[in-house]
Each structure stands twice: as structure tokens, then as C-alpha cells.
Design a protein around this ligand. Structure first.
Ligand code: PMT
Length: 694
């Protein structure tokens, strides 16, 4: 995700400057190109040599290079970068950035920056809490910068409190989150309304409300990050464009918002109506400022259009619409009435009874209600709430697509015919819903995703099963599961399926909460569950293609190998190279290792030339299978501990016994000899070959 990204890292004079070294290292490791710019004071805390060594580029600090006279152009840096991070950012630098005091290279670079800027403050707790600092942070936020809030803990002053620079890992995560572009909403158009409306009373006064637009803008950003084209109709708010892929239409009154929404909605797949629309406007707008008369005054109001209701009547097949309900009492009851009346697919209830929820603040506490279910979420940042809401939206869009366009949907994921079963009997407690939802989500993830660009006919899909057993689960969504993965391929011309792959994975740890969308980005593995699934899917597809053409599955087996390599840093069980002869890394490493090439060739000989032929020509088919025996032996000699020879001597042994039940004594002798060398404990099964005479 950060691969190839050009990042300017601004380092200022704070004790936390030492963390900049780790930050550079992590960014470089992610594949980013890092240019460090230091303030003069930062050099008192960490040497430029350290940072230039880690970034592989000379550190910039002064406007001119004294030796060469070269000018370090902050303007060019501003154009070069894909992002700027200021970490650590001292109170002084925050103040300069907020006020435009450009007296060093770092602040001039910031002011020339065309790319998004991330700021990670670091200072003593009192300095951090000081109104001046908080004001500067608010100003910087208003300018569209991304503030990575300071963490709490022990500070350099030995006091305990908020002011520590966020850990480099989390800063990198924030950056990766920003650059993450999911794909599940790609090709979709989403309409969002946000902010308040102002209803004019006279040229200087209006009726309005406290909505800041933060909630709606966060939803727009999240939809854009997941690939949607977003039209954001914004009431009067002072927020910057949340994402470059968002088209913004600024309006002031409810009628303007309604006109814009009616014009946009027909070409949209979904709408999220988050604006706090004024229900009434003054019946008469005075052309001039209403004068103070000393008398009382009665305002006559007339109803504004209800935008959600209007769009709800227009809503067509295949469109999804979500609204909000801002309540002060009887929240759920009122929200459900609005859900029905406005013909919404779901409604997001937030109540002013909850502290930290609703207007203006950076947090919200919501309950998502649809016709069947409701999900209560805890207090979260509005950005996290937006993720939950958009996950819900995209789930409904997918479900609708399946309903409305069955033929298109089935063209999506067409490689696998997988069944997913999640057995939670060991841990079944109060919340059983989460297990059903996870099972559904896994089914959808595996079967609806297009894993290759190949075309598979319905009867060519690879039949496989993913059987999870939940070994432990806690309410924060932490799971530890075992998984039995099994895949077969059809033997052409018969109704028989031959085993391709079978493996029991003993521990997969991951987090899942209801409505979480399962996401997988090959080069950015941050979800262990989907990484594991993708690994097995690619392994299965690769092995299937190996069985169709000699070494035919390389492209997908390499993808599995790539996942196993990338997962080395996840720290999750089952991936670590060298820790076991029987984990995901060693499975694929063995299989793709040159030493196991005979094994890969065997897949083709055994299945395509052997089993597929056997239906028409039993002897010819078995001859090809017998020719595999030296290949199994060779693979076993080269890598005795490798998993794949076991597949033949354990899981496929019944099949082999069956195949050799009718053949010459020489063939029987050969197969018994080879297999008993590989696995001496097979004697009972191999005896059946020798004794079976039919
Ligand atoms: O902007 P923030 O400061 O971040 O605050 C966020 C928020 C509190 C404004 C947001 O979370 C929220 O609750 N928005 C909806 C506010 C509201 O008007 O709620 P309501 O219950 O009155 O309206 C119900 C639904 O009908 C809403 O989807 C609203 O957009 C829509 N509506 C209402 C009236 C109207 N005339 N037209 C509408 O479309």
C-alpha cells in the first residue's frame, strides 16, 4: 500500500525524535521512498546521519547547502511527495504551521505541500492540554491536515498523561489506512448529504443547527476509500474535501439540498442521508435586515421538503438508501418509524442522550437498525463509525446485486464451489449471531471474489470445503480457530472426485465483529483471517491448474508463496518460516521449491494423464500413474519432511489401493515398494493391494 509512495518526513526538536528512526525504517520496509526534513532543533535529539542512513537519502535541514551552494527547494518537495508526516511535531512547530510562520525548511515545505499531511504531536501533558496547542491543532485540522493524536503514558518529564507521540507502527498504520483503496464499492456511485441547512430570515440571519458535517464527510471519505464515486451534497460547513475522489456540491438551504439530491439520485446506487436538514423555513424572507422595534415578534414558518422521504419514493430496484435519526427520546421507536416512512433500507440512530454522540464532536455512538436486526455500537470516532456504516451499506449493495442481477453476480467469483462451515459448539454463549454472520461473510468472501482472470464453467469449479472450529472467542471479537481445508477435482467422464489438497490448520487468530467486511489486499496483509483464506484459495487453484497442465499453476502458487512471505511480519501463528515442517509457510515453500518440482509434475501425470484417461483406458491411465511413483520417491528423498508426499501416502491412500486393485503383480510390487519406503506405517493398506486380486 505504501510501496513506491514518496513521503516527506518532518522531524522536529522533541525527545520523541528518536522514534523517527523507527518510523523511517518501517516506511522504507513498506517500500516507501522517504525524504527526511529536520528542523535545526531536531538535530539536537537525533543525528541526521542516523536518518540519512536509514532513509538512504541525505537529510535536508537548511535552505542552502553551504558547501555546494545548492538550494533545497521546498516547492519541489511539495510537488514530489505523496504524503508528508510531521513526527514528532512540537508545540512550537504546530504553532508555526497553524500561523504560517515559515522560518525553517520544514514549515516552508509544509506550506508548499500539495499532498496530504499527517501530524503526530509530542510534548509534555500540560503543553499538550494548553488551549493554545489545542487551538492550533483545531486550526490544522480545519486546514485539512490529519492529526494523529498523542497517546497517553509516561512522558519524558516522568509525568504521566497525554502527550506521547503515537508509536511509529500506528503512524504507519494511519498512513496505510489513508492510502487503502478497497474495491468492493468500485463502480458504485454513492450520494451523501452532510452538514446543516441554513434557512434565511433576512440578509443577516438564518435558522440553522449545530451540525458540523463531520459525520457525513467521514462517510464520504470511507465510501471513496472503498472505490466508490461519491457525490457529497454539503450544507454550510467549514470542512475541506475529504478525499480526491469526492465530488462536492455546496448548498445552503433545504430546498437547494433537495434539488441537488433529486438531480443526482437517479444515477446513484446508494444514498446516505446524514444532513441535519431544517424541517421548517421562515414563510417570508425579509429583503432587508429586520429592525429592532422593542416589540415581540412572531415568526411564521412553512415546511421544507423532506429529502429522505422524496428520495425514498424515487428509489428504484437495485438502489440502497440509508438515513440517520437524531433523537432526544424514544430513540429506537422513532428511528423505526422514520425507517418505514422514508422507505429506507437502514437507519443510523444517534441520540443526544449519549455523551459524545451527535453534533460537532469527533465521536458518535450509533445503533444501525434495519427491518430485521439492529446492531448497537460503542462510542467511537466518527471515522470508525463511518467504517461500520459503509460496511453495512456495501453488504446490502452486494446482497441486492445478487438478488437483482444473478447472472452478473455469478460471473464474479467463479473458480470455487466452496462450502464454509463454522462450528462454534465449543464456545457457544450468548452471542450466536456473530458466528452465523462470520460464516456468511466467509462464504461470500470465498465464493464471490474473482481470484483469477480465468473463466470457469459451472461444472469446472473446484469443489472445496473450509471447516472452521472455534476454539476460543471473546466479546471483543477475538477468535482462535482451527480449520480443515479440503479440495477435490473432478475426474473427467466420471462422477468421481479426486483429492487435490487436504490440510488441517491448527490455529488461526483473528478479529471479527458483526458487519465487519472481510477484506484482503495482497500487498498489505493486515487481516490474518483473509490472508489465511487467500493463501489456501491460491494454493488450491494453483494445484488444480498443476493437475491440468504441467506446472500450470505457477502464477497462483506464487501468489500463495507471496502471501506466506508477506505474512512473516504478522506475528500470527502458522506462518513463521522454519518454525515447523508443517505450517503454511513450509507447505508452499516446499511445493514451490525446486526440490519438489517432481511432485508438481506428478500432479499432472497422476490426474490428467492418469485418472482422466483411466475412464476410457484403464491400463493406459494406470501406466501414467505408475510412472509417478519415481517422482513421489524423488520428492520424498529431496524433502523427507514435506507435507505433499503425505497427501499421497495418507489422504489418497484409499484411492491408490483402489486403483491398483486390478493390475499385474509387477505393478503391485512396485507401488507397494515405493509407498512403504516413504511411509512404513502403511503396511495394512498396502497389504490390501497385494492381497486384492480382482
Ligand atoms: O454533522 P455532525 O456535527 O458530524 O453531526 C452529525 C449528525 C448528528 C448531524 C448526524 O449524525 C445525524 O444524526 N444526522 C441526521 C440529523 C437529522 O436531521 O435527523 P432527523 O431524525 O431529523 O432526520 C431523519 C432523516 O431524514 C435524516 O436522514 C435526515 O437527513 C433526513 N431528513 C430530515 C428532514 C428533512 N427535511 N429532510 C431529510 O432528508
Amino acid at each position: 500500500m505504501l510501496k513506491g509512495k514518496k513521503i516527506v518526513l518532518g522531524v522536529t526538536g522533541s525527545i520523541a525524535a528518536y522514534k523517527a528512526a523507527m518510523l523511517v525504517r518501517l516506511l522504507v520496509k513498506e517500500g516507501a521512498e522517504v525524504q527526511v526534513v529536520m528542523t535545526p532543533a531536531a538535530k539536537e535529539f537525533i543525528t541526521p546521519l542516523t536518518l540519512s542512513t536509514l532513509s538512504g537519502k541525505p537529510v535536508l535541514s537548511e535552505f542552502f547547502n553551504d558547501a555546494s551552494g545548492a538550494w533545497h527547494s521546498h516547492v519541489e518537495l511539495g510537488l514530489w511527495a505523496d504524503a508528508m508526516i510531521v513526527a514528532p511535531a512540537t508545540a512550537s512547530t504546530l504553532g508555526k504551521m497553524a500561523s504560517g510562520i515559515a522560518d525553517n525548511l520544514l514549515v516552508t515545505t509544509y506550506m508548499s505541500m500539495k499532498a496530504p499531511v499527517f501530524i503526530a504531536p509530542a510534548m509534555d501533558l500540560d503543553m499538550y492540554a494548553h488551549p493554545a496547542t489545542q487551538h492550533n491543532i483545531e486550526v490544522l485540522k480545519e486546514y485539512g491536515n490529519h492529526i494523529i493524536e498523542a497517546a497517553s503514558g509516561e512522558l519524558a518529564s516522568h509525568l504521566n498523561g497525554k502527550g506521547r507521540m503515537e508509536e511509529p507502527e500506528n503512524i504507519v498504520k494511519a498512513l496505510k489506512d489513508f492510502f487503502f483503496t478497497g474495491s468492493e464499492l468500485s463502480g458504485k456511485r454513492v450520494l451523501i448529504t452532510a452538514g446543516p441547512t441554513y434557512e434565511k430570515l433576512d440578509p443577516v440571519r438564518f435558522i440553522g443547527n449545530y451540525s458540523s458535517g463531520k459525520m457525513g464527510f467521514a462517510i464520504a471519505e470511507e465510501c471513496a476509500r472503498r472505490g466508490a464515486k461519491v457525490t457529497l451534497i454539503a450544507g454550510p460547513v467549514s470542512l475541506p474535501l475529504p478525499h480526491p475522489a469526492v465530488e462536492r456540491i455546496d448548498v445552503e438551504s433545504a430546498r437547494e439540498m433537495c434539488d441537488a439530491a433529486i438531480a443526482q439520485f437517479p444515477s446513484c446506487d446508494a444514498a446516505v442521508l446524514c444532513a441535519a436538514v431544517a424541517d421548517y423555513r421562515p414563510k417570508v424572507q425579509a429583503g432587508r435586515k429586520i429592525k429592532h422595534t422593542g416589540e415581540g415578534m412572531t415568526l411564521e414558518l412553512e415546511a421544507n421538503p423532506d429529502i429522505a422521504y422524496t428520495l425514498g419514493r424515487m428509489k428504484g430496484e437495485g438502489q440502497v438508501m440509508a438515513g440517520f435519526a437524531l433523537e432526544t427520546n424514544d430513540g429506537e421507536e422513532n428511528a423505526r418509524k422514520k425507517l418505514e416512512k422514508k422507505n429506507l433500507d437502514f437507519i443510523v440512530l444517534n441520540s443526544l442522550e449519549d455523551k459524545g454522540a451527535g453534533f460537532a464532536c469527533d465521536t458518535n455512538k450509533v445503533t444501525v437498525i434495519d427491518r430485521k436486526d439492529k446492531t448497537v455500537y460503542p462510542l467511537k470516532s466518527k471515522k470508525s463509525v463511518a467504517k461500520d456504516i459503509v460496511a453495512h451499506l456495501s453488504k446490502l449493495l452486494v446482497a441486492l446485486l445478487l438478488l437483482v442481477l444473478p447472472s452478473t453476480a455469478s460471473a464474479e467469483g467463479e473458480e470455487l464451489n466452496a462450502t464454509v462451515n463454522l462450528n462454534a459448539s465449543k464456545v457457544q454463549g450468548s452471542n450466536t449471531e456473530v458466528f452465523t454472520m462470520l460464516q456468511d461473510a466467509l462464504n461470500e468472501f470465498i465464493n464471490s471474489r474473482k481470484w483469477t482472470t480465468n473463466t470457469y464453467e459451472e461444472n469446472e469449479r473446484i469443489v472445496c470445503s473450509f471447516n472452521f472450529v472455534v476454539n476460543s472467542y471473546s466479546n471483543d471479537g477475538s477468535f482462535d480457530c482451527s480449520l480443515m481445508v479440503q479440495a477435490t477435482r473432478p475426474v473427467y467422464g466420471s462422477s468421481y472426485n479426486s483429492m487435490l489438497f487436504k490440510y488441517e490448520d491448527t490455529s488461526i487468530k483473528f478479529k471479527y465483529q458483526p458487519y465487519d467486511r472481510l477484506e484482503f489486499v495482497e500487498d498489505n496483509l493486515d487481516n490474518n483471517l483473509t490472508a489465511v483464506i487467500a493463501f489456501y484459495v491460491y494454493t488450491i487453484i494453483g494445484m488444480d491448474l498443476d493437475s491440468m497442465g504441467e506446472l500450470g499453476g505457477s502464477e497462483f502458487l506464487n501468489k500463495a508463496l507471496n502471501i506466506a512471505n508477506n505474512a512473516q511480519n504478522l506475528g500470527d501463528a502458522g506462518w513463521r518460516a522454519g518454525s515447523s515442517n508443517n505450517n503454511r509457510y513450509s507447505i508452499i515453500d516446499d511445493y514451490m521449491n525446486g526440490a519438489m518440482e517432481p511432485m508438481r509434475k506428478l500432479m499432472y501425470k497422476y490426474h490428467r494423464l492418469g485418472l482422466d484417461t483411466m475412464f476410457k483406458n484403464a491400463d493406459g491411465g494406470r501406466k501414467a500413474i505408475t510412472e509417478c511413483l519415481p517422482l513421489i520417491k524423488k520428492a520424498y528423498e529431496d524433502r523427507p519432511m514435506a507435507y505433499f508426499t503425505k497427501l499421497f501416502t495418507e489422504y489418497k491412500i484409499d484411492e491408490i489401493v483402489n486403483l491398483y486393485s486390478k493390475c499385474t503383480p509387477e505393478e503391485k510390487k512396485e507401488v507397494v515398494k515405493v509407498l512403504s519406503e516413504i511411509n512404513p506405517s502403511l503396511s495394512t493398506e498396502l497389504d490390501k493391494i497385494t492381497k486384492n486380486d480382482n
